[in-house]
Design a protein around this ligand. Structure first.
Ligand code: ATP
Ligand code: MG
Length: 392
């Protein structure tokens, strides 16, 4: 039976399989290799992935996203409590004390554990893999952020089990990325030569993970990892959302935050605007028809102004990089290359900070979105397993 790799992100998931002697990231039924980490509960059915995401606005209270952060956390955990009011859907305490999600499903109020919700998502990803491979799938490797605690990891394993999967192992996202790099690089130094130190920087939607690894042919050692578990693309979205909430409050007398549906729409539009600003430095419009109380709203933003508003967030890019070099006892000159991955690493100001810190051009050898999923599969093939350091 084949082993498949699941990169379950906060926002996006990818499935990698081994096929025809290579590693492939496979597409879902929408011919999209990215499946949104989203589950929507309806009166007659539930939908998962892209179909669920399309219901974020129309069925906002019963459409669940961003649940990765609740794994292994008690409902009373201050972190969970601090998020309670900013969520569009309801969360509740499970009998075991962990966090659950309260939704209307099949016209009944239901509380699902986080493990159950993630299992639904994994079931979808499993189907995607089965459709691609045209055979049943059970064995898998699932990625987790390197800062996950034991409780968070156990919770992910439980979710895989509920989905009928046999999770052979969990792999740190940082390790998966390093493996993905190692397999494609043909020019690594021989084992007896000086190792090549490569820094990996992954800025996703919810987490910031950096690692430095030493490479020789057939050998990989993770020298250090440093993270900011609370920094990601979502923080940049939030800056835009808060800005427009204030602007629309003044301009149209609208209290956007009082209407979950309007707020969800604003989040979607702001995320789009953020992406556009990565490619475009001119003034860009934000228009939403029938936004609230039948009012059409409009605003605009440009990259320069956006970067000014994000100064505090951008200041959080460097500290993990300092810590990384300090832990690994390396100087900036000892770093051969800096590879960036993760969707939010496309933000020009983020790239600029990382590049300035190392005094180097950044490398984009790896596919920024799919590297983690691909790395999960590499582990199943390589005999380098015995060379992996225990930190993996
Ligand atoms: P995590 O790794 O934190 O669990 P994830 O893996 O789901 O999350 P990614 O898919 O790596 O996250 O990245 C998603 C983030 O990247 C979102 O915030 C998205 O808006 C952002 N993003 C994607 N493309 C761009 C772009 N061109 N410019 C700016 N941000 C972008
Ligand atoms: Mg990710």
């Amino acid at each position: 039976m084949s082993v498949v790799g699941f990169d379950v992100g906060f926002m996006n998931c990818y499935v990698a399989v081994a096929r025809a002697g290579g590693i492939e990231t496979v597409a879902n039924e929408y011919s999209d290799r990215c499946t949104p980490a989203c589950v929507s509960f309806g009166p007659r059915n539930r939908s998962i992935g892209a179909a669920a995401k399309s219901q974020i606005v129309t069925n906002s209270k019963n459409t669940v996203q961003g649940f990765k952060r609740f794994h292994g956390r008690a409902f009373s955990d201050p972190f969970v409590q601090s998020l309670k009011n900013s969520l569009v859907y309801d969360i509740a305490q499970m009998p075991s004390g962990t966090t659950g999600i309260k939704v209307m499903y099949m016209e009944e109020e239901k509380v699902f554990s986080i493990e159950q919700v993630t299992a639904m998502l994994l079931t979808k990803l499993k189907e995607t893999a089965e459709n691609a491979l045209k055979k049943p799938v059970a064995d898998c490797v699932v990625s987790v952020p390197c800062y996950y605690t034991d409780a968070e990891r156990r919770s992910v394993i439980d979710a895989a089990q509920i989905a009928g999967l046999n999770c052979l192992r969990l792999m740190n996202e940082t390790t998966a990325v390093a493996l993905a790099y190692g397999i494609y690089k043909q020019d690594l130094p021989a084992p007896e030569e000086k190792a090549r130190n490569v820094v990996f920087v992954d800025l996703g939607h919810s987490g910031y993970q950096t690692s430095v690894c030493a490479f020789n042919k057939g050998k990989l050692k993770v020298l250090a990892t440093a993270c900011d578990p609370l920094l990601g693309g979502k923080d940049f979205d939030e800056v835009l959302v808060n800005h427009f909430c204030e602007e629309f409050g003044k301009k149209y007398k609208l209290d956007v935050k009082s209407k979950p549906r309007a707020l969800v729409r604003l989040y979607q539009e702001c995320e789009k605007l953020k992406k556009l600003m990565s490619a475009n430095s001119s003034d860009l419009p934000l228009n939403i028809e029938c936004f609230m109380n039948d009012i059409d709203v409009s605003g605009h933003m440009n990259r320069g102004h956006f970067e000014e508003m994000c100064v505090e967030i951008l200041a959080r890019v460097e500290p993990p990089l300092h810590s990384l070099l300090e832990q690994a006892k390396l100087k900036k000159e000892d770093v051969y290359a800096v590879e960036i991955i993760g969707g939010a690493s496309r933000i020009p100001a983020v790239k600029e900070r990382i590049s300035k810190f190392f005094g180097k051009e950044l490398s984009t050898t790896l596919n920024a979105d799919e590297a983690v999923a691909r790395g999960l599969i590499v582990r199943c093939f390589l005999r380098t397993t015995q060379h992996l350091s225990p930190k993996c």
